[in-house]
Design a protein around this ligand. Structure first.
Ligand code: AMP
Length: 268
């Protein structure tokens, strides 16, 4: 299905609520969309042992939030590499988001972000793709997570739809506890509804499956608590801008049709 206006969409929801699943389904249905997941970008950095990955690894393992400056830099680089930003910030285009130099990874004050802090309007020149051209459509999953990140993003790329996905805590916890992954490929299984043919073994390679360390119950509870603390101000931020839409459901299958209907109403 083709879009007739640009969709610059954020999916917001507790960890494990199914943002990744909804994002995959939206991409399959609307091929003009591209998706960026901050968690996946970070996990790639950890897997590839980049300086950024090494720096954030322990924070991620314990369910903490990576600093705003690092995450903003990662996302800005990613948007730039995809050609969605222009306007004179040459290092956006040249830095490898998956291969930060040591200096960048250890730098807490990003000069670009400092400029945005000082003058948010200065970034307007960077939003070259903030047009209604449907080819400039994307979906962000996992970013922004805080109102501060949202404010920074506003000054780079204006978001035009924020989807808040809601599922009860216990339902998500149950789902997370049954999630197993094949690390080398990223294949995800769930013993409740998408079990591997042999328990604990990847269907394709026969290799062992593992639980993501941040999926362990204690870690999950901590991630959920952090999510709640930062989520309310984030939603308020977007509600004030008039772009917030909420959807509820016990499963991804219940949520997807509602999401598709509203997406089509807005962008098709
Ligand atoms: P996710 O897969 O989205 O749950 O992200 C996994 C982990 O990456 C989180 O628990 C955080 O440690 C980190 N992370 C991902 N996105 C962000 C963000 N926008 N701000 C800070 N930390 C993040």
């Amino acid at each position: 299905m083709r879009l007739n206006k640009a969709a610059r969409v954020i999916l917001v929801g507790a960890p494990g609520v199914g943002k990744g699943t909804q994002s995959e389904r939206l991409l399959a249905r609307f091929p003009q969309l591209c998706a960026i997941s901050s968690g996946d970008l970070l996990r790639n950095n950890v897997k590839n042992r980049t300086p950024l990955g090494i720096k954030v690894e322990s924070t991620m393992k314990t369910g903490g939030l990576v600093s705003d400056s690092l995450i903003l830099r990662l996302i800005t680089n990613e948007l730039g590499q995809r050609g969605w930003l222009s306007g004179g910030r040459s290092n956006v285009m040249t830095l490898e988001s998956s291969a930060f130099g040591v200096a960048e990874a250890y730098e807490d004050a990003d000069p670009f972000i400092a400029t945005l802090d000082a003058n948010p309007h200065a970034a307007a020149t960077l939003s070259a793709h903030a047009s209604e051209d449907p080819t400039a459509s994307f979906l962000l999953d996992g970013f922004p997570r805080t109102a501060t990140q949202a404010e920074k993003l506003d000054s780079i790329v204006p978001i035009n739809w924020v989807v808040s996905i809601k599922t009860p805590f216990d339902v998500i916890l149950q789902r997370i506890a049954s999630r197993w992954v094949h690390e080398p490929s990223g294949r995800v299984y769930n013993t409740a509804f998408h079990a591997p043919k042999v328990p604990g073994i990847d269907d394709i390679t026969g290799e062992r499956l593992v639980q993501r360390s941040d999926d362990k119950e204690e870690v999950y509870r901590s991630r959920f608590q952090k999510f709640q603390e930062t989520n309310e101000p984030l939603l308020e931020h977007y509600a004030k801008k008039g772009v917030l839409w909420e959807v509820e459901g016990m499963s991804s299958d219940e949520i997807s049709p509602k999401l598709f209907r509203e997406f089509e109403r807005r962008f098709i």
